[in-house]
Design a protein around this ligand. Structure first.
Ligand SMILES: Nc1ncnc2c1ncn2[C@@H]1O[C@H](COP(=O)(O)OP(=O)(O)OP(=O)(O)O)[C@@H](O)[C@H]1O
Ligand SMILES: [Mg+2]
Length: 765
C-alpha cells in the first residue's frame, strides 16, 4: 500500500484523517477539494470501514470513476468496487429500484431523458390545445424541474396562489395543468425523469420511515463533492440519510456555484453551518493546479462579486505565462485563430491534444469550432451537442430496449411503434392515445385490451398493433436468460432496424449502421467491465439500461481516441483541468449572457462562471472575442466582455509595439478580410473599448506582396510571412516531405522552428 498521506499538504491531511462528525471544506478552485474527498475515502477504507457503508456523491459519473480508480490504486480494486460512489442520480436510481414497489412503481422503471420529457410535454400541450407560442416545451420543462427540485408536487403547485399568479403574469397560466398531466403520464408509463429520481427519493424517505432507517443504519459515512451546486432536494436527502451517524463531509466553493438556474442553492453551505453547529471547517488555500498568473488573475475577477465567503487562494507553482488575448474580426476568424494557436502549442510544447480545451458559454458556439478544427485536422471531441446517445438510430434501438424492459414506457412506444414502418399511422396513434387517456392506461396496456373494444381503430390497424405487441413480447422472453449483448443483437435484427439501416446506402446510412455497431461494442465492454468488477451473474439488459440512462456526455470517453481537444460549455468543464484553456466568445451579451445583464445577482453568477472557466487552466489561458458574430441569422456587432476588463491588466500579455508593426504593412486590408485570417494582438487598452471599430487599428495586416508557396519550394534566405509571427527570413531547413521543418527568424517574434506542413508560410516578394 502506498503511503498516500504523504501525497497531501498538512491541512489536506487533517481534512482527510478527521473522519468523524460533520466536516465542511470550503476552498477555492484547484486547491485539492476533490483530492481530499478521494483520499478521505481511501483512508476510511484503510482504517477498516466497510466500503458498502460509504456513500460518495459526485457531480458527474466521470468524476466518480476517476476517484474510484485512484482509490483502487491505494486499497485495491475489489474493495473500491464495493463503494457506493456516483452521481446523486445514479446512486438514488439504484435505491429507488430496490424500493420501487413502495412508491407504486415497477422496479424496471424507465428513466426519461430530456428529449423524452420534452416530447411528452409537447404532446400534452397539443392535447390541451394550448398556444404553442407561449408554451415552449423546453421552458415548461425547466419550470417543472425547478418545482420538483424544490419538492413542489403538482398538487402543491396547483394550490400555490403566488406561483399560479406568476405563471399567469408570464401568460403561462396553464403550467400547473401540464405539470399534473405530465406527472400522471410518467407514472402510468412507469417512468421517472431526472428530477423525479431525487423527488421520489425524498417522498420515499418521508413516507416510509422504516426504509429511511434501513439506509441510515447502512451508510455510516457520506461525502459530497461540489456541494455548492446541490439543490434543495439533494440537500434534504443527504441531511436525512446522515442524521443517524452524522459523518458527513462536504466540499465546495461558493465562488463556483453556477447552477442556480437549475435550483442549486449556495445557501446549502450556510445551512450546513446551521444544521451542524459542531462542524469542523477546513480551509485549503494553496492552489496546486494553476500558475500564479492564472490564480491571481482569477482572484482579481472574482473579487468583484459582493456575495462571497472570504477566502485566500495562492499558488506556489511557477509564475507562468500571461493570459493571451485573441481579438478576432468575426466568429469564423475566432475559430481559425484558435485552431492555429492549438497547432502552435502542440508543435512547440509537444503536449497532447487532450491537454487542451476550448470552452464556451452556449452550445451554439460549438459549430464553428467543429468546422475549423476539422479543417486543420485537429482531433477534437465536442461534449454536449449531439452526444452519441442522442443520435436517432441509437435512440431508436434504445427505445426498443426500453419498451422490452418496461412495456408501459409510452415515449419508447411512440418512438418505435411505426419504425421501421408497419403501417401504423398518426390517425391510429391519435385514437390509441385517446383511448389510453380515457381508460387511464399506458399505450401498451391499451393495445392489450383493444380486442374487447369496438371503436375508432379499424380491425386492420388493431391487427398491426397486435403484431407489434407480439414482437415485443417475443423480445421480453429473451431478456432474462440472455446476456445484454445477445439480447440487443437479437432485438436490433428482429425489429427490422438493422435491415432498414442497411437499405440506406448513403454515407449517412453507413455511419448510422456503424453507430449501432459501436453501441453493441459498448455493451460488450460494459459486460466485461462488470465481470472485471467481480459481478458473477449474467449481465442483463436491465443492468445495461440502467447504466445507459444515466450517462452524461462526459462519460462516453473511449480510451483509444482520448487524445483530442475537448470542446465544451463552461458548465460541463466544472471540476476538470487542462494545461491550456481557451475561453471563447468573451463578449457582452454572450458571456455575460443577454439574459443576465439586467440583474446584479445574475451577473454575479456569470462572473462565477467566468471564474470556473479561467481556473480550469493549469499552464496558460487564452481569452478570445469576436467583433462581429452571426447570431439569430444576422451578423451582429459585439463588444468585448466586461470580464476581460475586470482582470488585473498585469496578468494579460502586453501588446507589442503597434507602430513598428504597422510600418511594415502600411495598408490596412481589414475591409478585404476573408476566411484566411491574420493573427493580431490587441492591446489591453483597446480591449477595454466598447466600440467594436476601435480595435481595428490594432489588427496587424500582412504585407501586400504575398505569394502562396509549397513547403517543398521554401529555401534558405527566403523572406516569408507567417499569419501569427509576421515576416521573417528562413535561416535553416531540415527534414523531408511531411517532416520538412524551417528555422525562421521573425522580425517581431524571433527565431521559430516550424513544421512546414502546418506553418502555411507565404513568400514575400
Ligand atoms: N497536495 C498536493 N500535492 C500535489 N498536487 C496536488 C495536491 N493537492 C491537489 N493537487 C493537484 O491539484 C489539482 C487540483 O486538485 P483538485 O482537482 O482536487 O482541486 P479542487 O479543489 O477539487 O478543484 P475544483 O474546485 O476545480 O474542483 C489536481 O491535479 C490535484 O491532483
Ligand atoms: Mg474538484
Amino acid at each position: 500500500m502506498s503511503n498516500y498521506l504523504d501525497e497531501l499538504s498538512e491541512i489536506q491531511r487533517e481534512a482527510v484523517t478527521n473522519t468523524e462528525g460533520p466536516s465542511l471544506v470550503i476552498a477555492s478552485a484547484g486547491s485539492g477539494k476533490t483530492r481530499v474527498l478521494t483520499y478521505r475515502i481511501a483512508h476510511l477504507l484503510t482504517i477498516g470501514v466497510k466500503p458498502w457503508s460509504i456513500m460518495a456523491l459526485t457531480f458527474t459519473n466521470k468524476a466518480a470513476r476517476e476517484m474510484k480508480e485512484r482509490i483502487a490504486k491505494i486499497v485495491g480494486q475489489e474493495t473500491a468496487s464495493k463503494l457506493w460512489m456516483g452521481t446523486f442520480h445514479s446512486i438514488f436510481a439504484k435505491i429507488l429500484r430496490s424500493e420501487a414497489e413502495h412508491l407504486g412503481y415497477d422496479r424496471n422503471f424507465t428513466i426519461y431523458d430530456t428529449t423524452d420529457s420534452k416530447n411528452l410535454i409537447t404532446q400534452i400541450i397539443k392535447e390541451l390545445k394550448l398556444d404553442a407560442q407561449s408554451y415552449k416545451p423546453g421552458e415548461i420543462l425547466s419550470r417543472i424541474s425547478l418545482a420538483k427540485n424544490n419538492l413542489i408536487t403538482p398538487q402543491a403547485y396547483s394550490q400555490n396562489a403566488s406561483i399560479i399568479q406568476q405563471d399567469v403574469r408570464a401568460r403561462k397560466g396553464e403550467i400547473h395543468r401540464i405539470y399534473t398531466l405530465y406527472a400522471q403520464r410518467c407514472k402510468k408509463a412507469s417512468a421517472m425523469d431526472f428530477d423525479d429520481l431525487l423527488l421520489n427519493t425524498n417522498v420515499l424517505f418521508r413516507d416510509f420511515p422504516d426504509v429511511l432507517q434501513k439506509y441510515q443504519e447502512r451508510f455510516r459515512y457520506f461525502l459530497v463533492d461540489e456541494y455548492q451546486d446541490t439543490n434543495f432536494s439533494q440537500y434534504l436527502i443527504v441531511k436525512k440519510l446522515s442524521e443517524r451517524h452524522r459523518n458527513l463531509c462536504v466540499v465546495g466553493d461558493d465562488a463556483q456555484s453556477i447552477y442556480s438556474f437549475r435550483g442549486a442553492k449556495i445557501e446549502n453551505i450556510l445551512n450546513f453551518q446551521n444544521d451542524y453547529k459542531d462542524y469542523r471547517l477546513f480551509k485549503l488555500e494553496q492552489n496546486y493546479r494553476s500558475t500564479q498568473t492564472i490564480v491571481n488573475a482569477a482572484n482579481s475577477v472574482i473579487a468583484k462579486n459582493e456575495k462571497q465567503i472570504p477566502k485566500i487562494a495562492y499558488s506556489s507553482n511557477e509564475e507562468g505565462e500571461k493570459i493571451k488575448l485573441i481579438s478576432a474580426y468575426t466568429d469564423q476568424e475566432e475559430g481559425f485563430l484558435i485552431a492555429s494557436e492549438i497547432l502552435n502549442i502542440v508543435h512547440q510544447t509537444h503536449c497532447n491534444y487532450s491537454d487542451i480545451a476550448i470552452l464556451y458559454r452556449t452550445n451554439a458556439q460549438s459549430r464553428i469550432f467543429e468546422e475549423t478544427l476539422r479543417k486543420r485536422n485537429i482531433p477534437y471531441r465536442i461534449y454536449g451537442s449531439l452526444s452519441f446517445y442522442q443520435r436517432k438510430e441509437i435512440k431508436d434501438l434504445l427505445a426498443y430496449i426500453r419498451i422490452t424492459v418496461n412495456p408501459n414506457d409510452d415515449e419508447a412506444f411512440r418512438r418505435v411503434v411505426n419504425y421501421p414502418a408497419r403501417g401504423i399511422g398518426n390517425t391510429t396513434m391519435g385514437h390509441l392515445q385517446e383511448l389510453a387517456n380515457q381508460q387511464g392506461l399506458s399505450l401498451w396496456q391499451t393495445v392489450g385490451v383493444l380486442g374487447n373494444t369496438t371503436g375508432a381503430i379499424k380491425p386492420a390497424a388493431v391487427k398491426k398493433l397486435d403484431d407489434f405487441r407480439n414482437l415485443i413480447i417475443s423480445f421480453q422472453q429473451k431478456i432474462y436468460n440472455q446476456d445484454a449483448y445477445e439480447a440487443v443483437y437479437h432485438i436490433a435484427n428482429a425489429s427490422g432496424l438493422i435491415s432498414d439501416l442497411k437499405a440506406d446506402k448513403s454515407q449517412e446510412g453507413i455511419s448510422r449502421l456503424q453507430n449501432i455497431e459501436e453501441m453493441l461494442n459498448g455493451i460488450r465492454e460494459f459486460i466485461e467491465g462488470r465481470k472485471a468488477e467481480g459481478y458473477e451473474e449474467t449481465v442483463t439488459l436491465v443492468d445495461y439500461l440502467e447504466n445507459v440512462a444515466l450517462l452524461t456526455d462526459q462519460d462516453t470517453d473511449k480510451d483509444e481516441d482520448n487524445n483530442r481537444v475537448s470542446v465544451m460549455t463552461v458548465h460541463s468543464a466544472k471540476g476538470l483541468e487542462f494545461d491550456y484553456v481557451f475561453l471563447t466568445g468573451l463578449e457582452e451579451n454572450l458571456f455575460p449572457s443577454t439574459m443576465s445583464i439586467s440583474s446584479a445577482e445574475d451577473i454575479e453568477e456569470e462572473r462565477r462562471l467566468f471564474y470556473v472557466a479561467l481556473t480550469r487552466a493549469a499552464k496558460k489561458a487564452f481569452i478570445s472575442y469576436a467583433q462581429t458574430r452571426f447570431r439569430w441569422g444576422t451578423s451582429t456587432n459585439c463588444s468585448p466582455s466586461r470580464f476581460i476588463k475586470e482582470i488585473d491588466p498585469q496578468y494579460i500579455e502586453a501588446s507589442f509595439d503597434e507602430n513598428q508593426w504597422e510600418s511594415s504593412s502600411p495598408q490596412n486590408t481589414r475591409q478585404n478580410f476573408t476566411q484566411r485570417s491574420y493573427y493580431n494582438k490587441p492591446s489591453t487598452q483597446n480591449v477595454a473599448s466598447t466600440n467594436p471599430k476601435a480595435n481595428s487599428a490594432t489588427i496587424s495586416t500582412p504585407p501586400k506582396n504575398l505569394k502562396d508557396i509549397a513547403p517543398a519550394d521554401i529555401r534558405i534566405g527566403m523572406k516569408v510571412y507567417h499569419a501569427k509571427f509576421g515576416d521573417g527570413i528562413v535561416e535553416n531547413i531540415e527534414g523531408d516531405g511531411p517532416n520538412r521543418k524551417a528555422m525562421v527568424n521573425f522580425r517581431m517574434a524571433g527565431s521559430k522552428n516550424l513544421l512546414l506542413k502546418f506553418a502555411n508560410l507565404k513568400k514575400v516578394d
